[in-house]
Design a protein around this ligand. Structure first.
Ligand SMILES: Cc1ncc(COP(=O)(O)O)c(C=O)c1O
Length: 480
Protein backbone atom coordinates (compact mmCIF):
# COMPACT_ATOMS: atom_id res chain seq x y z
CA UNK A 1 0.00 0.00 0.00
CA UNK A 2 1.36 3.38 -0.98
CA UNK A 3 0.59 6.69 0.62
CA UNK A 4 -1.43 8.77 -1.84
CA UNK A 5 -0.26 11.92 -0.05
CA UNK A 6 3.13 11.36 -1.61
CA UNK A 7 4.08 12.86 -4.97
CA UNK A 8 7.63 11.67 -5.61
CA UNK A 9 8.38 13.63 -8.80
CA UNK A 10 6.97 16.86 -7.37
CA UNK A 11 8.92 16.33 -4.15
CA UNK A 12 12.14 15.54 -6.04
CA UNK A 13 11.75 18.78 -8.01
CA UNK A 14 11.31 20.74 -4.79
CA UNK A 15 14.49 19.17 -3.38
CA UNK A 16 16.26 19.82 -6.66
CA UNK A 17 15.36 23.54 -6.59
CA UNK A 18 17.03 23.85 -3.20
CA UNK A 19 20.23 22.22 -4.48
CA UNK A 20 21.18 25.27 -6.61
CA UNK A 21 22.90 23.09 -9.22
CA UNK A 22 24.76 25.03 -11.94
CA UNK A 23 23.32 23.93 -15.29
CA UNK A 24 25.72 22.93 -18.03
CA UNK A 25 23.06 20.73 -19.61
CA UNK A 26 19.90 21.33 -21.63
CA UNK A 27 17.45 23.04 -21.74
CA UNK A 28 19.53 25.97 -22.93
CA UNK A 29 17.32 28.64 -21.33
CA UNK A 30 19.22 27.77 -18.09
CA UNK A 31 16.36 28.17 -15.59
CA UNK A 32 14.95 30.98 -17.69
CA UNK A 33 17.97 33.31 -17.48
CA UNK A 34 18.61 32.93 -21.20
CA UNK A 35 15.07 33.84 -22.24
CA UNK A 36 13.69 36.66 -20.11
CA UNK A 37 10.54 37.27 -22.16
CA UNK A 38 9.52 33.64 -21.84
CA UNK A 39 10.35 33.66 -18.13
CA UNK A 40 8.24 36.75 -17.61
CA UNK A 41 5.39 35.11 -19.47
CA UNK A 42 5.50 31.69 -17.78
CA UNK A 43 6.96 32.65 -14.41
CA UNK A 44 10.22 31.78 -12.67
CA UNK A 45 8.70 28.78 -10.89
CA UNK A 46 7.91 27.18 -14.17
CA UNK A 47 11.36 27.80 -15.68
CA UNK A 48 13.12 26.52 -12.55
CA UNK A 49 11.62 23.06 -13.01
CA UNK A 50 11.77 22.91 -16.78
CA UNK A 51 14.81 20.65 -16.55
CA UNK A 52 16.13 17.53 -18.20
CA UNK A 53 16.40 14.00 -16.82
CA UNK A 54 19.25 13.50 -14.37
CA UNK A 55 20.01 11.12 -11.50
CA UNK A 56 18.02 12.93 -8.77
CA UNK A 57 15.02 13.24 -11.10
CA UNK A 58 15.07 9.84 -12.84
CA UNK A 59 14.37 9.25 -16.54
CA UNK A 60 10.97 8.53 -18.06
CA UNK A 61 12.45 6.21 -20.71
CA UNK A 62 13.90 3.90 -18.04
CA UNK A 63 12.59 4.85 -14.61
CA UNK A 64 14.39 3.47 -11.57
CA UNK A 65 13.76 5.97 -8.78
CA UNK A 66 11.28 8.84 -8.33
CA UNK A 67 9.40 8.28 -11.59
CA UNK A 68 9.24 4.56 -10.90
CA UNK A 69 7.76 5.23 -7.47
CA UNK A 70 5.33 7.84 -8.80
CA UNK A 71 4.15 5.31 -11.39
CA UNK A 72 3.60 2.66 -8.72
CA UNK A 73 1.55 5.06 -6.61
CA UNK A 74 -0.48 6.04 -9.67
CA UNK A 75 -1.08 2.37 -10.54
CA UNK A 76 -2.48 1.80 -7.08
CA UNK A 77 -4.68 4.91 -7.30
CA UNK A 78 -6.17 3.68 -10.58
CA UNK A 79 -6.46 0.03 -9.49
CA UNK A 80 -4.01 -1.03 -12.22
CA UNK A 81 -1.13 -3.50 -12.07
CA UNK A 82 1.11 -0.89 -13.68
CA UNK A 83 0.81 2.72 -14.85
CA UNK A 84 3.04 4.79 -17.09
CA UNK A 85 3.27 8.57 -17.15
CA UNK A 86 2.76 9.71 -20.73
CA UNK A 87 3.91 13.05 -22.13
CA UNK A 88 2.69 12.69 -25.72
CA UNK A 89 -1.00 13.01 -24.94
CA UNK A 90 -3.50 10.17 -24.93
CA UNK A 91 -2.66 9.82 -28.61
CA UNK A 92 0.65 8.25 -27.60
CA UNK A 93 -1.07 5.98 -25.07
CA UNK A 94 -3.68 4.77 -27.58
CA UNK A 95 -0.97 4.14 -30.15
CA UNK A 96 1.21 2.27 -27.67
CA UNK A 97 -1.58 -0.09 -26.61
CA UNK A 98 -2.40 -0.94 -30.21
CA UNK A 99 1.27 -1.38 -31.16
CA UNK A 100 1.63 -3.70 -28.17
CA UNK A 101 -1.32 -5.87 -29.16
CA UNK A 102 -0.93 -5.97 -32.94
CA UNK A 103 1.81 -6.70 -35.44
CA UNK A 104 1.58 -6.44 -39.20
CA UNK A 105 -1.48 -8.29 -40.52
CA UNK A 106 -3.08 -8.85 -37.09
CA UNK A 107 -6.77 -8.07 -36.75
CA UNK A 108 -8.25 -5.74 -34.16
CA UNK A 109 -11.97 -5.38 -33.50
CA UNK A 110 -13.05 -1.79 -32.83
CA UNK A 111 -16.02 0.51 -33.24
CA UNK A 112 -15.57 2.85 -36.20
CA UNK A 113 -16.34 5.94 -34.05
CA UNK A 114 -12.85 5.84 -32.54
CA UNK A 115 -10.50 8.79 -32.28
CA UNK A 116 -8.05 9.30 -35.13
CA UNK A 117 -5.16 8.18 -32.89
CA UNK A 118 -6.45 4.59 -33.02
CA UNK A 119 -6.64 4.45 -36.81
CA UNK A 120 -3.26 6.23 -37.02
CA UNK A 121 -1.84 3.34 -35.00
CA UNK A 122 -3.13 0.94 -37.63
CA UNK A 123 -1.15 2.86 -40.24
CA UNK A 124 1.94 2.56 -38.06
CA UNK A 125 1.72 -1.18 -37.31
CA UNK A 126 -0.22 -2.42 -40.36
CA UNK A 127 -2.96 -4.05 -38.30
CA UNK A 128 -6.25 -4.81 -40.01
CA UNK A 129 -9.38 -3.15 -38.57
CA UNK A 130 -12.54 -5.16 -38.12
CA UNK A 131 -14.99 -2.32 -37.64
CA UNK A 132 -18.16 -2.70 -35.64
CA UNK A 133 -20.57 -0.06 -36.86
CA UNK A 134 -22.06 1.53 -33.77
CA UNK A 135 -25.83 1.86 -33.49
CA UNK A 136 -26.97 5.42 -33.93
CA UNK A 137 -29.65 7.33 -32.08
CA UNK A 138 -31.92 8.67 -34.81
CA UNK A 139 -33.20 11.64 -32.80
CA UNK A 140 -29.74 12.85 -31.72
CA UNK A 141 -27.89 11.68 -34.81
CA UNK A 142 -24.99 10.37 -32.73
CA UNK A 143 -23.13 7.09 -32.71
CA UNK A 144 -23.73 5.13 -29.49
CA UNK A 145 -21.60 2.60 -27.61
CA UNK A 146 -20.81 -0.93 -28.72
CA UNK A 147 -23.20 -3.68 -27.66
CA UNK A 148 -21.93 -7.06 -26.46
CA UNK A 149 -23.92 -8.74 -29.27
CA UNK A 150 -22.10 -6.68 -31.91
CA UNK A 151 -18.75 -7.64 -30.41
CA UNK A 152 -19.80 -11.30 -30.12
CA UNK A 153 -20.64 -11.37 -33.82
CA UNK A 154 -17.30 -9.75 -34.75
CA UNK A 155 -15.43 -12.20 -32.51
CA UNK A 156 -17.22 -15.20 -34.02
CA UNK A 157 -16.44 -14.02 -37.53
CA UNK A 158 -12.83 -13.17 -36.63
CA UNK A 159 -11.62 -15.67 -34.02
CA UNK A 160 -8.02 -14.85 -35.03
CA UNK A 161 -8.33 -11.18 -33.92
CA UNK A 162 -5.72 -10.18 -31.34
CA UNK A 163 -7.59 -7.44 -29.53
CA UNK A 164 -10.82 -5.52 -29.03
CA UNK A 165 -10.79 -1.75 -28.51
CA UNK A 166 -13.66 0.12 -26.84
CA UNK A 167 -14.33 3.80 -26.00
CA UNK A 168 -15.21 4.32 -22.31
CA UNK A 169 -17.08 6.67 -22.54
CA UNK A 170 -17.63 8.19 -25.99
CA UNK A 171 -17.20 11.94 -26.24
CA UNK A 172 -20.95 12.25 -25.58
CA UNK A 173 -20.73 10.20 -22.37
CA UNK A 174 -22.02 6.83 -23.59
CA UNK A 175 -20.56 3.59 -22.19
CA UNK A 176 -20.62 -0.04 -23.25
CA UNK A 177 -20.88 -3.15 -21.05
CA UNK A 178 -17.13 -3.39 -20.41
CA UNK A 179 -17.40 -6.22 -17.88
CA UNK A 180 -19.01 -8.59 -20.34
CA UNK A 181 -16.82 -7.46 -23.23
CA UNK A 182 -13.76 -8.07 -21.05
CA UNK A 183 -14.91 -11.62 -20.21
CA UNK A 184 -15.69 -12.29 -23.85
CA UNK A 185 -12.29 -11.00 -25.00
CA UNK A 186 -10.41 -13.12 -22.50
CA UNK A 187 -12.43 -16.25 -23.18
CA UNK A 188 -11.23 -15.98 -26.79
CA UNK A 189 -7.63 -15.15 -25.93
CA UNK A 190 -7.94 -11.51 -27.05
CA UNK A 191 -6.79 -8.39 -25.21
CA UNK A 192 -9.26 -5.68 -24.26
CA UNK A 193 -7.88 -2.18 -24.90
CA UNK A 194 -9.89 0.82 -23.74
CA UNK A 195 -9.72 4.44 -24.83
CA UNK A 196 -10.63 6.31 -21.63
CA UNK A 197 -9.61 9.75 -22.88
CA UNK A 198 -12.90 11.00 -21.44
CA UNK A 199 -13.12 8.74 -18.40
CA UNK A 200 -10.42 9.76 -15.89
CA UNK A 201 -13.04 10.64 -13.29
CA UNK A 202 -14.51 7.10 -13.39
CA UNK A 203 -11.53 6.06 -11.24
CA UNK A 204 -12.07 8.65 -8.53
CA UNK A 205 -15.75 9.50 -8.24
CA UNK A 206 -18.89 7.72 -7.05
CA UNK A 207 -21.79 6.62 -9.21
CA UNK A 208 -19.91 6.79 -12.47
CA UNK A 209 -19.86 4.01 -15.07
CA UNK A 210 -17.32 1.30 -14.35
CA UNK A 211 -13.70 2.07 -15.22
CA UNK A 212 -11.69 -0.11 -17.60
CA UNK A 213 -9.36 -1.46 -14.91
CA UNK A 214 -12.26 -2.34 -12.58
CA UNK A 215 -13.98 -4.10 -15.48
CA UNK A 216 -10.96 -6.32 -16.09
CA UNK A 217 -9.60 -4.61 -19.23
CA UNK A 218 -5.94 -5.17 -20.11
CA UNK A 219 -4.85 -1.66 -21.08
CA UNK A 220 -6.42 1.77 -20.83
CA UNK A 221 -5.43 5.21 -22.11
CA UNK A 222 -6.53 7.92 -19.71
CA UNK A 223 -6.46 11.66 -20.45
CA UNK A 224 -5.55 13.02 -17.05
CA UNK A 225 -5.36 16.43 -18.74
CA UNK A 226 -9.04 16.32 -19.65
CA UNK A 227 -11.22 15.73 -16.59
CA UNK A 228 -8.30 15.06 -14.23
CA UNK A 229 -6.86 18.58 -14.08
CA UNK A 230 -3.23 17.99 -15.16
CA UNK A 231 -1.42 19.99 -17.84
CA UNK A 232 -2.38 19.62 -21.48
CA UNK A 233 -0.67 16.65 -23.15
CA UNK A 234 -0.15 14.64 -19.93
CA UNK A 235 -1.85 11.24 -19.73
CA UNK A 236 -1.68 7.79 -18.15
CA UNK A 237 -1.30 4.40 -19.72
CA UNK A 238 -2.78 1.81 -17.35
CA UNK A 239 -2.08 -1.91 -17.53
CA UNK A 240 -3.69 -5.01 -16.05
CA UNK A 241 -1.83 -8.10 -14.89
CA UNK A 242 -1.81 -9.84 -18.31
CA UNK A 243 0.38 -7.11 -19.77
CA UNK A 244 4.16 -7.33 -19.80
CA UNK A 245 4.94 -3.79 -18.63
CA UNK A 246 8.63 -4.06 -19.54
CA UNK A 247 7.78 -4.87 -23.15
CA UNK A 248 5.14 -2.12 -23.13
CA UNK A 249 7.87 0.32 -22.05
CA UNK A 250 9.87 -0.66 -25.11
CA UNK A 251 6.83 -0.06 -27.30
CA UNK A 252 6.24 3.35 -25.69
CA UNK A 253 9.90 4.23 -26.23
CA UNK A 254 9.60 3.62 -29.97
CA UNK A 255 7.99 7.02 -30.34
CA UNK A 256 8.34 8.77 -26.96
CA UNK A 257 10.60 11.79 -26.55
CA UNK A 258 13.89 11.28 -24.71
CA UNK A 259 13.37 14.73 -23.11
CA UNK A 260 10.15 14.28 -21.16
CA UNK A 261 8.89 17.55 -19.68
CA UNK A 262 9.00 17.71 -15.88
CA UNK A 263 6.21 20.26 -16.02
CA UNK A 264 4.00 17.53 -17.45
CA UNK A 265 5.35 14.80 -15.18
CA UNK A 266 4.90 16.83 -12.00
CA UNK A 267 1.43 17.87 -13.11
CA UNK A 268 0.46 14.21 -13.40
CA UNK A 269 1.93 13.45 -10.00
CA UNK A 270 0.18 16.35 -8.27
CA UNK A 271 -3.14 15.74 -10.03
CA UNK A 272 -3.13 12.03 -9.16
CA UNK A 273 -2.54 12.97 -5.53
CA UNK A 274 -5.38 15.49 -5.60
CA UNK A 275 -7.86 13.08 -7.15
CA UNK A 276 -6.83 10.15 -4.94
CA UNK A 277 -7.37 12.29 -1.85
CA UNK A 278 -10.31 14.47 -2.90
CA UNK A 279 -11.74 13.01 -6.13
CA UNK A 280 -15.03 11.97 -4.55
CA UNK A 281 -16.01 15.49 -3.44
CA UNK A 282 -14.62 17.10 -6.59
CA UNK A 283 -16.59 14.92 -8.97
CA UNK A 284 -19.75 14.91 -6.84
CA UNK A 285 -19.74 18.68 -7.31
CA UNK A 286 -19.12 18.35 -11.04
CA UNK A 287 -22.06 15.97 -11.46
CA UNK A 288 -24.30 18.14 -9.34
CA UNK A 289 -23.54 21.12 -11.61
CA UNK A 290 -24.06 19.05 -14.76
CA UNK A 291 -27.43 17.78 -13.47
CA UNK A 292 -28.51 21.31 -12.60
CA UNK A 293 -27.42 22.62 -16.02
CA UNK A 294 -29.22 19.76 -17.77
CA UNK A 295 -32.51 20.44 -16.07
CA UNK A 296 -32.28 24.21 -16.68
CA UNK A 297 -31.29 23.76 -20.33
CA UNK A 298 -34.12 21.30 -20.90
CA UNK A 299 -36.59 23.80 -19.48
CA UNK A 300 -35.51 26.50 -21.99
CA UNK A 301 -37.30 24.56 -24.75
CA UNK A 302 -35.85 23.34 -28.04
CA UNK A 303 -32.61 22.07 -26.60
CA UNK A 304 -32.29 18.48 -25.42
CA UNK A 305 -29.59 17.87 -22.79
CA UNK A 306 -29.59 14.09 -22.74
CA UNK A 307 -28.75 11.78 -19.90
CA UNK A 308 -29.43 8.34 -18.41
CA UNK A 309 -32.82 8.01 -20.14
CA UNK A 310 -30.83 6.86 -23.21
CA UNK A 311 -29.73 3.70 -21.39
CA UNK A 312 -31.02 0.64 -23.24
CA UNK A 313 -28.97 -2.24 -21.84
CA UNK A 314 -27.09 -2.63 -25.14
CA UNK A 315 -25.44 0.11 -27.18
CA UNK A 316 -26.06 2.52 -24.30
CA UNK A 317 -25.13 0.43 -21.29
CA UNK A 318 -24.38 3.38 -19.04
CA UNK A 319 -24.07 7.18 -19.17
CA UNK A 320 -21.49 9.53 -17.67
CA UNK A 321 -23.48 12.15 -15.75
CA UNK A 322 -20.61 14.64 -15.78
CA UNK A 323 -21.00 15.10 -19.55
CA UNK A 324 -23.17 18.01 -20.59
CA UNK A 325 -24.11 17.03 -24.14
CA UNK A 326 -26.94 19.01 -25.71
CA UNK A 327 -28.80 18.41 -28.95
CA UNK A 328 -29.53 21.73 -30.66
CA UNK A 329 -31.45 20.79 -33.81
CA UNK A 330 -34.92 21.72 -32.52
CA UNK A 331 -33.66 25.27 -32.00
CA UNK A 332 -33.03 25.30 -35.76
CA UNK A 333 -29.26 25.54 -35.34
CA UNK A 334 -26.49 23.03 -35.99
CA UNK A 335 -24.35 22.25 -32.94
CA UNK A 336 -21.38 23.97 -34.56
CA UNK A 337 -23.47 27.15 -35.06
CA UNK A 338 -24.34 27.25 -31.35
CA UNK A 339 -20.65 26.59 -30.55
CA UNK A 340 -19.60 29.58 -32.69
CA UNK A 341 -22.35 31.83 -31.30
CA UNK A 342 -21.39 31.02 -27.72
CA UNK A 343 -17.81 32.10 -28.36
CA UNK A 344 -18.40 35.03 -30.73
CA UNK A 345 -21.42 36.58 -29.01
CA UNK A 346 -21.04 35.45 -25.38
CA UNK A 347 -17.32 34.80 -24.80
CA UNK A 348 -18.02 31.19 -23.85
CA UNK A 349 -15.73 28.50 -25.24
CA UNK A 350 -17.20 25.01 -25.18
CA UNK A 351 -15.51 21.73 -26.04
CA UNK A 352 -17.14 21.10 -29.39
CA UNK A 353 -20.10 21.55 -31.60
CA UNK A 354 -20.85 19.13 -34.39
CA UNK A 355 -23.74 18.66 -36.77
CA UNK A 356 -26.49 18.34 -34.19
CA UNK A 357 -24.95 18.61 -30.72
CA UNK A 358 -22.70 20.59 -28.45
CA UNK A 359 -20.62 19.41 -25.54
CA UNK A 360 -19.78 21.66 -22.62
CA UNK A 361 -16.94 20.01 -20.71
CA UNK A 362 -17.48 20.14 -16.97
CA UNK A 363 -14.67 19.19 -14.64
CA UNK A 364 -12.83 20.04 -11.47
CA UNK A 365 -12.47 23.76 -12.18
CA UNK A 366 -16.04 24.85 -12.94
CA UNK A 367 -17.94 27.46 -10.94
CA UNK A 368 -21.67 27.89 -10.40
CA UNK A 369 -21.70 31.40 -11.88
CA UNK A 370 -20.13 30.12 -15.12
CA UNK A 371 -22.82 27.46 -15.41
CA UNK A 372 -25.46 30.15 -15.01
CA UNK A 373 -23.82 32.15 -17.78
CA UNK A 374 -23.87 29.17 -20.11
CA UNK A 375 -27.56 28.50 -19.39
CA UNK A 376 -28.61 32.09 -19.98
CA UNK A 377 -26.50 32.36 -23.15
CA UNK A 378 -28.21 29.27 -24.54
CA UNK A 379 -31.62 30.75 -23.70
CA UNK A 380 -30.71 33.98 -25.46
CA UNK A 381 -29.29 32.19 -28.50
CA UNK A 382 -32.60 30.41 -28.91
CA UNK A 383 -34.49 33.72 -28.70
CA UNK A 384 -32.14 35.72 -30.95
CA UNK A 385 -31.00 33.15 -33.49
CA UNK A 386 -33.47 30.22 -33.31
CA UNK A 387 -35.03 29.12 -36.63
CA UNK A 388 -37.36 26.44 -37.92
CA UNK A 389 -35.50 23.14 -37.98
CA UNK A 390 -35.98 22.48 -41.73
CA UNK A 391 -32.90 21.85 -43.85
CA UNK A 392 -30.56 20.71 -41.09
CA UNK A 393 -28.60 17.51 -41.45
CA UNK A 394 -28.95 15.30 -38.41
CA UNK A 395 -26.71 12.24 -38.72
CA UNK A 396 -23.18 12.50 -37.37
CA UNK A 397 -22.18 9.03 -38.33
CA UNK A 398 -22.00 7.35 -41.73
CA UNK A 399 -21.15 3.64 -41.96
CA UNK A 400 -17.83 3.33 -43.79
CA UNK A 401 -17.16 1.02 -46.74
CA UNK A 402 -13.62 -0.29 -46.19
CA UNK A 403 -11.76 -1.15 -49.40
CA UNK A 404 -8.13 -1.24 -48.19
CA UNK A 405 -6.21 -1.40 -44.91
CA UNK A 406 -5.34 2.04 -43.51
CA UNK A 407 -1.61 1.47 -43.98
CA UNK A 408 -1.83 0.23 -47.57
CA UNK A 409 -4.12 3.12 -48.53
CA UNK A 410 -1.94 5.71 -46.77
CA UNK A 411 1.26 4.60 -48.50
CA UNK A 412 -0.21 3.69 -51.94
CA UNK A 413 0.24 5.78 -55.03
CA UNK A 414 -2.36 8.52 -54.94
CA UNK A 415 -3.72 11.49 -56.81
CA UNK A 416 -5.33 14.69 -55.57
CA UNK A 417 -8.84 15.37 -56.92
CA UNK A 418 -11.41 18.13 -56.30
CA UNK A 419 -13.82 16.91 -53.59
CA UNK A 420 -16.75 16.84 -56.05
CA UNK A 421 -14.93 14.38 -58.33
CA UNK A 422 -14.01 11.81 -55.70
CA UNK A 423 -17.24 9.75 -55.46
CA UNK A 424 -16.49 6.07 -56.08
CA UNK A 425 -12.76 6.48 -55.29
CA UNK A 426 -10.88 5.11 -52.30
CA UNK A 427 -9.59 7.79 -49.96
CA UNK A 428 -5.93 7.64 -48.87
CA UNK A 429 -6.14 10.16 -46.03
CA UNK A 430 -8.32 11.20 -43.09
CA UNK A 431 -11.15 13.74 -43.18
CA UNK A 432 -12.63 14.75 -39.83
CA UNK A 433 -14.05 17.59 -37.81
CA UNK A 434 -11.75 18.37 -34.87
CA UNK A 435 -12.92 18.03 -32.17
CA UNK A 436 -14.22 15.34 -31.86
CA UNK A 437 -11.58 13.88 -34.18
CA UNK A 438 -13.67 10.89 -35.23
CA UNK A 439 -12.90 10.36 -38.91
CA UNK A 440 -15.65 10.91 -41.48
CA UNK A 441 -13.27 9.14 -43.86
CA UNK A 442 -10.18 7.13 -42.93
CA UNK A 443 -7.47 5.91 -45.31
CA UNK A 444 -8.78 2.95 -47.33
CA UNK A 445 -12.47 3.90 -47.26
CA UNK A 446 -14.75 4.39 -50.24
CA UNK A 447 -15.93 7.95 -50.89
CA UNK A 448 -19.67 8.17 -51.53
CA UNK A 449 -22.01 11.00 -52.56
CA UNK A 450 -23.43 10.95 -49.03
CA UNK A 451 -19.96 11.51 -47.55
CA UNK A 452 -19.18 14.34 -49.98
CA UNK A 453 -22.48 16.01 -49.07
CA UNK A 454 -21.65 15.63 -45.37
CA UNK A 455 -18.15 17.13 -45.74
CA UNK A 456 -19.50 20.10 -47.70
CA UNK A 457 -22.23 20.67 -45.12
CA UNK A 458 -19.80 20.48 -42.19
CA UNK A 459 -17.49 22.98 -43.93
CA UNK A 460 -20.39 25.30 -44.72
CA UNK A 461 -21.52 25.24 -41.09
CA UNK A 462 -18.02 26.15 -39.91
CA UNK A 463 -16.68 22.84 -38.52
CA UNK A 464 -12.91 22.83 -38.22
CA UNK A 465 -11.90 20.20 -40.76
CA UNK A 466 -8.57 18.40 -40.50
CA UNK A 467 -6.66 15.37 -41.77
CA UNK A 468 -6.25 16.19 -45.47
CA UNK A 469 -3.03 17.17 -47.21
CA UNK A 470 -5.00 20.05 -48.77
CA UNK A 471 -5.42 22.50 -45.90
CA UNK A 472 -8.63 23.93 -47.40
CA UNK A 473 -10.20 20.45 -47.68
CA UNK A 474 -11.24 21.33 -51.25
CA UNK A 475 -9.34 18.33 -52.64
CA UNK A 476 -8.89 14.77 -51.45
CA UNK A 477 -6.06 12.30 -52.05
CA UNK A 478 -7.45 9.11 -53.59
CA UNK A 479 -5.88 5.86 -54.71
CA UNK A 480 -5.00 5.70 -58.42
C1 LIG B 1 -11.57 9.50 -27.58
C2 LIG B 1 -10.22 10.15 -27.66
N1 LIG B 1 -9.11 9.39 -27.66
C3 LIG B 1 -7.88 9.91 -27.72
C4 LIG B 1 -7.70 11.28 -27.78
C5 LIG B 1 -6.31 11.82 -27.87
O1 LIG B 1 -5.98 12.56 -26.77
P1 LIG B 1 -4.80 13.65 -26.76
O2 LIG B 1 -5.38 14.88 -27.38
O3 LIG B 1 -4.46 13.77 -25.33
O4 LIG B 1 -3.67 13.11 -27.58
C6 LIG B 1 -8.82 12.13 -27.78
C7 LIG B 1 -8.67 13.60 -27.85
O5 LIG B 1 -9.57 14.36 -27.80
C8 LIG B 1 -10.11 11.55 -27.74
O6 LIG B 1 -11.21 12.32 -27.77
Amino acid sequence: MYDQNEAPIYEALQRFKKMRIVPFDVPGHKRGRGNSELTEFLGQNCMDVDVNSMKPLDNLCHPVSVIEKAEKIAAEAFGAANAFFMVGGTTSAVQSMILYACKSGDKIILPRNVHRSAINALILCDAVPVYVNPDTNQELGIALGTSVEQIEKAVEENPDAKAILINNPTYYGICSDLRRISKLAHSKGMLLLVDEAHGTHFYFGDNFPISAMAAGADVSSVSMHKSGGSLTQSSFLLMGSRINADYMRQIVNLTQTTSASYLLLSSLDISRKRLALHGREIFAKTVEMAEYARSEINSIGGYYAFSKELINGGSVYDFDLSKLSVNTLSVGLAGIEVYDLLRDEYDIQIEFGDIGNILAYLSTGDRRQDIERLISALAEIRRRFGKPEAGLLSQEYIDPIVAETPRKAFYSEKVSLPLEETAGKVCSEFVMCYPPGIPILAPGELITDEIIRYIKYAKEKGCQMTGTEDIGVDRLNVLV
